[in-house]
Ligand binder design. Structure first.
Ligand SMILES: [Zn+2]
Length: 470
């Protein structure tokens, strides 16, 4: 190709170059969507001549982006040679910058995860240290990358705030307390590769649209429900960005006029009622009332485990070591074994003394475990989250008429404990003509949705048509 993969498509010089670029993009798109596919079939779908298709496919093969994968079937004559995108042409980095973690994924062109790295952060660490940690984490994961013909093809990052996309500036991230951070510039300086930055809910929506629960769906809403709440709205197959690119800040839609105070200054915003923070706040209230016995036991168990892990050399404390997903599982098992080996008996008195610690150790995952073990109070807490989620979803469905609502991030992990109630509430409140057939489902990519979305950001620019400027 004339331009490098993902290189910003500036004005193309000369009509012939432009036509060639357009035709190549069209062919790549067809191969992406229909592979395995023959040259003749590409010519039929695109309307280009066989000669043009052949010569451009040869260039794409030469550039390593497309490969031949043997022969297909034919009703008569010679069997055609089939083509597909070369997933191993290069590597792509997807970054999910959360409020208390950074997830970095190394993937191929099919978004297959080659490696992942999760770092723990807190907003208190401050912008400079968090950014250093993120940049070092990306450098580490790239050090482990396989050697590929095209190398690093791009970095795509989802971040929790308002993003000015063209320059990749994070304008405002209330939960991190950051303003005007030139993320794209920082990443490009360090890695000398095309960089794309967008709001994490938009990026998560893109990930699910391309590789998850939104595949083949033209109208969908992706809700990222973690510490905060944001939405990525896909209308007619495209992300809806609004006039200035900030659409989707539905976490700050008022649901309860006199509800809890929100970080944005308003009261009763949707995220103060349906987010992970809101859920944990309700769970703490339940614990303070002396309810949720099973949850309390689980928290005491986790406390013993973390002590045991401390004694065994802090196997799982701090940042997760760089691992492939396979090694990840092995690491967890080792840590659990170490915890079991070092387990010590704990008395009821010790458990009650630890009530404050227990509240601090609360997580959505332990709440789900308590629900599964029959803790009625924990089940009530998650149903409340589902209820508030459903109230907002009903409004969204009335406004956008989607086929599916995908719930990602931490609250997506609660599965039916939250989503059944959310769907019930949506059905009770939404207009029947719009609600009919709408599914409320968890993100198929689970915690990887946003990082895989980052990979999709890089891919979507690669597969898009060159920009024509006059
Ligand atoms: Zn708000």
């Amino acid at each position: 190709m004339n331009r490098a993969f993902g290189e910003k498509k500036g004005p193309t010089t000369g009509n012939q170059d432009l036509v060639k670029e357009l035709n190549k993009a069209v062919i790549l798109n067809i191969i992406w969507r229909h592979a395995p596919i023959s040259r003749a079939e590409i010519a039929r779908i695109s309307g280009l001549t066989r000669g043009t298709v052949s010569s451009l496919v040869d260039e794409l093969i030469h550039d390593s982006f497309v490969k031949e994968i043997g022969t297909g079937t034919s009703a008569m004559g010679r069997k055609p040679i089939m083509l597909q995108l070369n997933a191993g042409a290069g590597v792509i980095v997807g970054v999910d910058l959360g409020v208390n973690y950074v997830l970095i994924i190394l993937a191929d062109l099919r978004a297959q995860v080659l490696a992942r790295k999760r770092l723990s952060i807190t907003p208190e660490m401050g912008e400079k240290r968090i950014l250093e940690k993120m940049l070092d984490g990306i450098a580490d994961i790239l050090d482990s990358a396989p050697v590929t013909p095209r190398g690093l093809l791009g970095i795509g990052a989802g971040v929790p705030g308002l993003v000015e996309m063209e320059h990749g500036v994070l304008k405002f991230a209330p939960n991190l307390r950051w303003k005007n951070v030139p993320l794209k510039e920082l990443l490009q300086e360090r890695f000398d590769a095309p960089v794309y930055v967008d709001n994490e809910a938009n990026v998560g929506a893109l990930g699910e649209k391309w590789f998850g629960a939104g595949q083949g769906i033209r109208h969908m809403v992706y809700l990222s429900v973690g510490v905060g709440l944001g939405a990525g709205i896909v209308v007619n197959g495209e992300l809806y960005r609004g006039a200035t690119g900030y659409a989707g800040e539905l976490g700050h839609f008022t649901i309860l006029p006199d509800g809890p105070l929100c970080g944005c200054g308003n009261r009763g915003c949707w995220e103060t009622l349906a987010s992970e923070l809101a859920t944990l706040r309700r769970a703490r209230e339940v614990l303070e009332c002396g309810e949720a016995g099973i949850l309390r036991e689980l928290l005491a168990r986790d406390h013993r485990r973390s002590d045991a892990e401390g004694a065994a050399g802090g196997a799982t404390t701090g940042d997760a070591a760089f691992t492939t997903s396979k090694a990840d599982k092995a690491g967890t098992t080792d840590a659990a074994d170490a915890a079991d080996a070092a387990k010590s008996p704990t008395t009821a008195a010790e458990i009650s003394d630890d009530a404050a610690d227990a509240a601090a150790r609360l997580s959505v995952d332990v709440l789900v475990e308590a629900c599964e073990r029959g803790d009625a109070a924990a089940q009530h807490v998650l149903r409340e989250t589902g209820r508030y989620l459903g109230i907002g979803i009903a409004g969204l469905v009335n406004a956008f008429n989607p086929e599916v609502v995908i719930v990602g991030n931490t609250i997506g992990r609660c599965g039916h404990w939250v989503l059944d109630e959310a769907a019930r509430e949506m059905e009770a409140r939404g207009l029947s003509q719009l609600i009919k057939g709408v599914r409320v489902v968890p993100a198929m990519l689970g915690p990887d949705a946003c990082a895989i979305g980052g990979v999709s950001l890089v891919l979507s620019d690669f597969l898009s048509l060159p920009r024509i400027t006059f």
